[in-house]
Design a protein around this ligand. Structure first.
Ligand code: IMP
Length: 196
């Protein structure tokens, strides 16, 4: 069976991608499975660039694998698309979800327009060729945190059509329409075409 190396250390994301691609004839392995425990530098100016940097970094080292990497940003309209490419470190140099959310809530404290979106770019590299897949979920930023499930900004993001945050809704609902699920489904379609 061909191997897909997924460039993540996040167990939550690994589980999500394994579920969506479960019926395809690929074994999905993670950085941890290969004993890689460092962060691949994300020096790009856009989500697209960062996804490419991560997958090309691994493709050079593991040329026989399919490589998949992803980069996600929260893009808030009233903040001109911020935090965008710096979503993971918006609140400071360390990746700290609570600080990140605090900063967003404080920036929007007097703002009526709270609309925004999560956007994921998945990069797939195989035999030197890259394809990218985008997934978006629109929604709004809550006025306060709510919910204990999920991760990252989930407690302050309310997807369109709902009144509860991703952290209130939980994985089952989130998986049906999240930015990452939408990007992974496009990847699934592209991989399926390659198999048929
Ligand atoms: P990365 O692409 O995993 O580096 O994620 C960038 C930032 O977006 C991190 O702060 C994550 O916590 C956050 N993030 C990514 N996906 C989600 C999500 O599904 N819900 C909430 N926050 C997310």
């Amino acid at each position: 069976m061909q191997k897909i190396l997924f460039a993540t250390g996040n167990a939550h994301k690994l589980k999500e991608i394994r579920q969506v691609l479960a019926h395809l004839p690929y074994e999905i392995i993670s950085l941890k499975d290969l004993g890689i425990d460092y962060d691949i530098p994300e020096t790009g100016a856009t989500l697209e660039e960062n996804a490419t940097i991560k997958s090309k970094f691994l493709a050079e080292r593991y040329p026989n694998y399919h490589i998949i990497s992803e980069d996600t940003g929260l893009e808030i309209d009233a903040l001109d698309g911020a935090p965008g490419v710096i979503t993971a470190r918006y609140g400071g140099p360390k990746k700290d979800a609570q600080r990140n959310m605090n900063k967003v809530l404080s920036k929007l404290s007097d703002t009526v327009n709270r609309s925004g979106q999560f956007r994921t770019i998945i990069s797939h590299v195989y035999q030197g060729k890259e394809t990218q897949h985008e997934g978006i979920v629109k929604g709004r930023i809550a006025t306060e945190q709510s919910g204990k499930r999920g991760f990252g900004y989930d407690p302050i993001f309310i997807p369109e059509g709902y009144n509860d945050s991703f952290a209130d809704l939980g994985d089952e609902v989130k998986m049906t329409m999240s930015h990452r699920s939408r990007a992974v489904i496009k990847l699934l379609t592209s991989l399926t075409k390659k198999i048929i």
